[in-house]
Design a protein around this ligand. Structure first.
Ligand code: TYD
Length: 205
């Protein structure tokens, strides 16, 4: 029987989700919880190779291949990292999960979203996050916030990211019981305050 809590963070590249996820981890650890911070693609040891292939390789795989590789990474990540942690009773905070596949491979690449949802469901053995924080902000603002060298996905054009953002908005509307939409146009402290309010209410701190 699983005792843990599964939380994911989602948003377009540059939305500030990694910073927000770090803050949530620190906060929950202060509260005495065991917290496992992880990410996709590449959250488990074996997944590092997958992350390199998907994001840093010179070869751009066909969209179906890309979707299958993200799914394979997810299946291994769940088996090797997420499920064991949840069974121990840990809080798992995951930077990106199944919604990324719908938004990027579905919205961005234009692949069939129902097939992608089935693929993710198979990879994750039906386990979705208990809560997803979706950091919402316009694509221009996100692009301006991006730092460092761009990976293969980040090199996509603005219209790609607009389709990704539109898909996230749609997902948030369709799944209000799971997805908490956060206004990420404000500064990091204000973003964190919104997340803290939600998690306090959820865990009744
Ligand atoms: P991420 O690690 O969040 O990149 P960064 O740390 O630079 O913000 O995500 C890596 C990229 O992988 C991101 O562009 C989204 C993409 N991605 C997909 O296209 N599909 C997926 O299923 C996942 C998990 C990520």
């Amino acid at each position: 029987m699983e005792k843990g809590l599964f939380i994911s963070f989602e948003g377009i590249d540059g939305s500030g989700k990694s910073t927000a996820a770090e803050k949530l981890c620190a906060y929950l650890r202060e509260k005495g919880r065991e917290v496992v911070f992880t990410f996709e693609p590449g959250g488990c040891e074996w997944g590092k190779t997958m992350r390199d292939i998907l994001l840093h390789g010179s070869y751009a795989p066909a969209p179906r291949t890309e979707a299958l590789l993200f799914a394979a990474d997810r299946a291994e990540h769940m088996a090797a990292c997420v499920f064991p942690a949840l069974e121990r009773g840990a809080v798992v905070v995951c930077d990106r999960f199944a919604d990324s596949t719908i938004a990027y491979q579905g919205g961005g690449r234009g692949m069939d979203m129902e097939s992608l949802a089935m693929l993710s469901d198979f990879a994750a053995a039906g386990r979705m996050p208990d809560i997803t924080f979706y950091l919402s902000l316009p694509v221009d603002m996100a692009a301006a916030r991006r730092q460092g060298q761009e990976d293969r996905m980040e090199q996509e054009k603005k219209d790609f990211f607009q389709r990704v953002a539109d898909s996230y908005e749609h997902l948030a509307q369709q799944n209000p019981e799971r997805i908490v939409k956060i206004d990420a146009t404000c500064d990091a402290d204000a973003v964190w305050q919104q997340i803290k309010d939600k998690i306090d209410a959820f865990l009744q701190y």
